[in-house]
Design a protein around this ligand. Structure first.
Ligand SMILES: [Mg+2]
Length: 367
């Protein structure tokens, strides 16, 4: 069936954190979400990104008018048109998050119009996708870190991640103490991941990884900045742990740079940044051609639906911040069961809707 896309609607919501949060190279006290709804034939699709409010202006002012009247099923053509129309704004950052939210809304819309789940529409590769518990911010107290880690285990989660590299890697002894705390808390049978958010230099990262081996760290995320894939590759060559990165893949060339440099043992992708489900599928296929698996970065409730249709999906980050934000804003979230998220094939689209309670977090209107 051929449809006609009506106007896109963008909205902005800001949800405060329970306490200030920090990682190796950033600090924040709130998360802003830009949602996009897309309507055609009496159905509505929903997408979103964790981004800046200006993404809503790009959706309402540029992408909505561009795509009005388009056949919403022609996702490759729509993607091409969105990238062409935003070329001179720069394809990364806020533009990429706007494009991502629109793409996800259109996949949800298409699946709902066809009465299929997103994974069922693409074609399922997995009934369920394992998640790893992620939070462990660098300014947590040890008590809070331990309590959060124990919470992941209660959900049957088999891998957990903490942040390290506080203040751009200025406190390596403290990092090691926190890694030891995490290992003591979860016991010997749980996979321990760390994420430096690019906070270390190459030498610092290599020395840190060597120290982490005693505690069985098997995943070292962004040991150094993702802006320099060759430097990350140097860390990877020296590491026992899997070096991973990809949360700043905004466009296909960013994924290619990490993979071709040999920088990553597993490519991370963020559907709310990389260009939505369409770009995830492209980048995951590309990683697969290079013998790599992919892992979902944040946005777990959106990512699981495309990850279930991705043969080389390893796991998803079950991010404590996005659990909090998504719970505040959306209905229809999947629960973690036995450490996994399992999309229901009988639920059309990704199954999520903006919740009435989200209104209390709503900022100004955009289109
Ligand atoms: Mg990270």
């Amino acid at each position: 069936m051929t449809g006609s896309l009506e106007a896109l609607t963008a909205r902005v919501y800001t949800v405060p954190t329970a306490m200030p949060e920090t990682d190796g190279t950033a600090a924040w006290d709130a998360t802003t979400v830009v949602t996009v709804t897309a309507d055609a034939d009496g159905e509505t699709g929903l997408g979103w990104s964790y981004t800046d409010p200006r993404a809503a202006q790009i959706v309402a002012g540029v992408l909505g008018p561009l795509l009005s009247g388009s056949d919403p099923d022609d996702l490759p053509a729509i993607r091409h048109r969105m990238l062409a129309a935003t070329r001179n704004m720069g394809a990364t950052g806020v533009v990429a998050s706007a494009v991502s939210a629109v793409d996800i809304a259109l996949w949800d819309l298409k699946a709902r119009r066809l009465g299929r789940s997103v994974a069922g529409l693409i074609g399922r590769a997995h009934d369920a996708v394992p998640v790893y518990g992620s939070g462990g911010f660098t300014d947590y107290s040890d008590e809070h870190t331990a309590a959060e880690l124990r919470g992941w285990l209660e959900l049957g989660i088999q891998n957990v991640k903490i942040k390290i590299g506080a203040s751009w890697g200025a406190h390596p002894v403290r990092d090691l103490e926190r890694v030891a705390l995490a290992r003591r808390t979860v016991g010997d049978d749980v996979g321990l991941f760390v994420d430096a958010n690019g906070g270390y230099s190459v030498g610092e990262a290599i020395r840190a990884e060597r120290d982490f081996r005693e505690f069985g760290v098997i995943w070292f995320e962004e040991p150094v900045s993702s802006d320099y894939p060759e430097e990350m590759a140097r860390v990877r060559r020296a590491a026992v742990a899997d070096v991973a990165a990809g949360e700043y893949v905004w466009r296909p060339s960013d994924a290619a740079a990490l993979v071709e440099a040999g920088a990553v043992a597993c490519l991370q992708l963020d559907v709310t940044r990389c260009g939505g489900y369409s770009a995830w599928l492209e980048a995951a296929a590309y990683a697969g051609l290079h013998g790599l698996q992919v892992s979902g970065h944040c946005g777990q409730h959106l990512t699981v639906h495309v990850a279930a249709a991705t043969p080389n999906a390893r796991h998803l980050e079950y991010f404590v911040d996005h659990l909090r934000v998504d719970t505040a804003l959306f209905d229809g979230l999947l629960p973690v069961v036995d450490g996994r998220l399992a999309p229901d094939p009988s639920v059309p689209g990704h199954g999520m809707r903006l919740a009435p309670r989200a209104e209390r977090y709503r900022q100004e209107d955009h289109g």
